[in-house]
Design a protein around this ligand. Structure first.
Ligand code: GLA
Length: 417
């Protein structure tokens, strides 16, 4: 089902439904003891990743975005300790980490633990250090590709915030947890990201696209369910070493573009507000690279509104068309695509039943998201794999994702759904 805005309330608290990843989650709880040695009972949490369908690189420019949570994410197994030690380990990373409450290490390590550590510092700041009553052992893991544009970092950060809140009985507001995750990534880890990822994960509702206007953080949910249409995610398996540096560069170029253009449009508060005519009139005043970035942002704002209108009027084809235009702009003007992504998008859109395709997340490798008619799935997968193998001599990973209801404690039954 697509179309129509929904403002209904979401379910909160512990989930009792059979979890899709029940068996893997149960194994994750067992692994906690294997990593840390025997201890008290484990509590389990799940925090999804997200795909963004429209509004690429708009969040930090104050524009609108259209992400949705996916049924792949971070698993957290948490148990209380009788002392004040805080220990982190991961099923996918080698080194663990340990610190002690209430002071807690506040220097970055340069490793994956900076994400949860940043969240701990934020939660203690918001709630007060005295409100962390016990140490914790936390094991991270899950089934979300890391560094692939599916927001693995926000998934960890939001999941950590929810798990700490539950384990320490803090009862913080949902938005406090989302903002703790955001500040950890921006302030502690040092990525100049916008608000999209923690909002998309923290506010998620199953089978809804989040319409988030990043200028004032207002949001709505648009039904976008399973059925006739599916979302496929094709992972190039390309990971750029310094993607966060390249990302921060784009943020800086957009900032410079806005600084240069705002004189031509004094009412503008952010790059999203700048009109195309203003850019054309003042283009020569700003750095050519900044002008290209600005052109992407300004046109992407228009495309994202057009995509929203298409969706609300039940025009999935029109929505898909905007996705394809977005990819072209990300390739030519924002320059965050790579040949592997372009080949996937080209192969996908050449298939009958594909409505649109584009890179998702920051780019520089990672994944393309494909909107397609469910029945076309097997053919589209074969076509992309064979085109990709012919060109690059290796196989991309292609999966069909369902939606997700957002971060939650898993209270069983832990069986495979
Ligand atoms: C990354 C950032 C987001 C957003 C996207 C690009 O995922 O974390 O805040 O800027 O890139 O749309």
């Amino acid at each position: 089902m697509i179309g129509g805005i929904d403002s209904g309330r979401r379910g909160e608290g512990r989930t009792q439904r059979t979890e899709k990843w029940g068996t893997a989650l149960a194994a994750h709880a067992v692994e906690l003891d294997a990593r840390f040695g025997p201890g008290g009972p484990a509590r389990l949490f799940f925090s999804p990743g997200r795909v963004n369908l429209m509004g690429a690189h708009l969040d930090y420019n104050g524009g609108p975005v259209m992400p949705t949570a996916i049924d792949r994410g971070t698993f957290l197994a948490v148990r209380e300790r009788s002392d004040r030690r805080l220990r982190f380990a991961s099923t996918t990373e080698d080194a663990g980490f340990e610190t002690e409450l209430p002071s807690v290490q506040s220097e970055r390590t340069g490793r994956w633990v900076d994400y949860p550590l940043g969240v701990v510092l934020e939660i203690l700041r918001v709630a007060g250090r005295e409100r962390a009553p016990c140490g914790l052992d936390v094991l991270f893991g899950g089934n979300l590709a890391v560094g692939a544009g599916l927001s693995s970092s926000a998934s960890i950060c939001v999941g950590t915030a929810f798990a700490l809140d539950a384990a320490w009985g803090l009862c913080l507001d949902r938005m406090d947890l989302v903002h703790a995750a955001l500040r950890a990534e921006r302030g502690f880890v040092g990525v100049r990201c916008g608000i999209m990822d923690p909002y998309a994960i923290g506010l998620a509702r199953e089978d809804r696209l989040l319409w988030l206007d990043c200028k004032d953080a207002t949001s709505e949910f648009i039904p976008f369910g399973a059925g006739r249409l599916s979302i496929a995610v094709a992972d190039t398996l390309v990971r750029r070493e310094l993607a966060h540096v390249a990302f921060n560069e784009r943020v800086e170029q957009c900032r410079l573009a806005f600084e240069g253009l705002r004189a031509g449009q004094p009412d503008a508060k952010c790059l999203r507000d700048i009109r195309l005519e203003t850019l054309e009139e003042h283009r020569t005043r700003i750095d050519p690279l900044a002008a290209k970035r600005a052109e992407h942002v300004i046109r992407e704002v228009g495309r994202t509104f057009a995509a929203r209108d298409a969706l609300l009027s039940g025009d999935a084809t029109g929505f898909g068309r905007q996705m394809c235009l977005a990819h072209d702009s990300l390739r030519r003007l924002f320059e965050v695509s790579v040949p592997e992504l372009d080949v996937i998008v080209e192969s996908a859109v050449a298939c009958e039943g594909v409505l649109g395709a584009r890179l998702t997340g920051a780019g520089f490798g990672g994944c393309a998201v494909i909107l397609l008619e469910t029945a076309a799935g097997p053919f589209v997968r074969d076509r992309i794999v064979s085109d990709f193998e012919r060109r690059f001599g290796r196989t991309p990973s292609i999966e069909f994702y369902g939606g997700d209801a957002g971060p939650r404690e898993i209270a069983g039954p832990l069986e495979a759904a």
